[in-house]
Design a protein around this ligand. Sequence first.
Ligand SMILES: Cc1ncnc2c1ncn2[C@@H]1O[C@H](/C=C/CNC(=O)c2cc(-c3ccc(F)cc3)cc(O)c2O)C[C@H]1O
Ligand SMILES: [Mg+2]
Length: 215
Amino acid sequence: TRKSRPQRLLKAVEGKATLGDPQSVITAIDHFCRHKEWAMNVGDEKGSILDSLVIELSPVNVLELGTYCGYSTVRIARLLPPGARFITLEFNPDYAAVARQVIGWAGLEDKVQLVEGASGDWIPRLREHFGVQMFDLVFLDHWKDQYLPDTKQLEECGLIQKGTVLLADNVICPGTPDYLKYVRNSPHYDSRYYRSHLEYTKVEDGLEKSVFLGF
Ligand SMILES: Cc1ncnc2c1ncn2[C@@H]1O[C@H](/C=C/CNC(=O)c2cc(-c3ccc(F)cc3)cc(O)c2O)C[C@H]1O
Ligand SMILES: [Mg+2]
């Protein structure tokens, strides 16, 4: 059977990137998606905004919702301080398999815990299973209608506390209207929109950064 797009993306990484060099993996994926086949990675333009926020925050505990091929996983993991803990959730086993290899090519497998499963099932178990008390940074990039329910569940589980930063991809395209309304209207969040473009295109999109102010 024909390879899937994630498998073709992985082939491009294996053909172009240098083993153990995260930047070469990022460059290989961006080149593949810009010149061969578009794929829903956060991309280089929004990725640079993500980089600057990770560097500024220097987070110790990070959660990513929606690993896909591991592009943003590599972008984030390569910038984390030693001893940081990074959990990424992906429920599609084929995507998870590709992501493990992409993360492995970048040499970042020791920095990332890729958990196969649905965010809704795993969020209530993160504390007792991984001993994590709260997250400094949550990157939301999974199904867009899951952003709000998962944010509420993270709040209820006490995994979002004063100072936690939520960073959401695609708040314009495809759009996450209910999530955006929630974080922008809630007195418990200080929210800011970083205008950019949909990965590898000229279409407007952006990231929403929301800092939890405490209850
Ligand atoms: C609930 C849950 N738990 C764990 N993993 C979950 C999950 N829901 C999705 N996932 C996993 O995340 C990934 C899903 C990501 C969804 N992202 C998207 O749908 C997405 C779509 C576009 C887009 C924009 C314009 C267009 F014309 C077409 C597409 C751009 C993006 O950056 C995206 O992230 C893969 C999936 O298996
Ligand atoms: Mg996205």
